[in-house]
Design a protein around this ligand. Structure first.
Ligand code: T3D
Length: 262
């Protein structure tokens, strides 16, 4: 059993809930280690066809737990690069490379690495009361956990720089208007709406969704001719899949498809 997160698998949906509400689900090494175990299950468990990440209590995630950053250890100066390399980067990579869709239900404030983690997810829904805060600039750091990569892709440079240099709180509604997230929903509807979407995605052609996600993520750093080559290879692979054959057969039979995820 986990002490810092909750993790369940039901109806094809894995739900990972960050669960240190007294510090707005900020990260300790212990929480990172539990997240790693959960992400490994989400990746390898064939029953999982969609992952949903959310937070317990009134916040989503406030990034690094700063209580762990007050004392310089006798071992030498604090190496934040090591923390990023060992904990934050692997988590963000595991979200962005998961070959299943990742939903994020931002139930409250998402600050620092918490905001970056939300941005790394494929589809983000946020409670109307939630806010996104690039707090890094307030303590002399940079938007890590993929923040400097995902933020300008989501918003363009002017808004990315404004948020990252000023650290203003971006309300969920404005995040939706700016196209940074998929949807802003009323607080009491957040979990039911996100779960509904997750259960739907868990019944869809998982391989096709995975290749779509990968191609879209790669598109900003791939020249067009190469991207279209990559599309060709993906189409070739998917054309051999069960779910493609099922989708076409169901369409022609005028019946609902039954996708298996392979
Ligand atoms: O270090 C490395 O490994 C490198 C990686 C770094 C990645 C990062 O994420 S760096 C950024 C670290 N995070 C922050 O700087 C955020 C600090 N928190 C805040 O700025 C604010 O708490 C929020 C803007 C997130 C929310 O504000 P508000 O007013 O809604 O809540 P609050 O009252 O400030 O917080 C509620 C409680 O949570 C409070 O504790 P208390 O007074 O009730 O006992 C607060 O201290 C605690 N809390 C919030 N964030 C953190 C935290 N405790 C420890 N670490 C936190 N990050």
């Amino acid at each position: 059993a986990f002490a810092n997160i909750m993790y369940t698998v039901e109806d094809g949906v894995a739900v990972l809930t960050l669960n240190r509400p007294e510090t707005l689900n900020s990260f300790t090494v212990a929480m990172h280690e539990e997240v790693r175990v959960a992400m490994n299950d989400a990746r390898t468990n064939p029953e999982v066809r969609c992952l949903l990440i959310t937070g317990a209590g009134r916040g989503f995630c406030a990034g690094q737990d700063l209580n762990d950053r007050t004392v310089q250890s006798d071992a030498g100066p604090l190496d934040l690069g090591e923390s990023v390399e060992k904990y934050y980067n692997p988590f963000v990579r595991s979200i962005m490379t998961l070959d299943k869709p990742v939903l994020c239900a931002v139930n409250g404030v998402a600050a620092g690495a918490g905001a970056s983690i939300a941005l790394a997810c494929d589809i983000v829904l946020a409670a109307r009361s939630a806010k996104f805060v690039q707090v890094f600039c307030k303590i002399g750091l940079i938007p890590d956990s993929g923040g400097t990569w995902n933020l300008p892709r989501a918003l363009g440079l002017p808004r990315a720089k404004g948020l990252a240099l000023l650290g203003d709180k971006l309300p969920a509604e404005q995040a939706e208007n700016w196209g940074m997230i998929w949807r802003c929903v009323d607080d009491d509807a957040l979990m039911s709406e996100t779960m509904e979407l997750a259960r739907y995605l868990a019944t869809q052609p998982t391989r096709g969704l995975a290749e779509t996600k990968r191609l879209l993520n790669e598109s900003f750093s791939t020249p067009m001719h190469q991207q279209m080559e990559n599309e060709k290879y993906a189409m070739r692979r998917l054309g051999q899949s069960h779910d493609y054959r099922e989708g076409v057969a169901a369409f022609l039979d005028k019946r609902p498809p039954v996708f298996r995820g392979d």
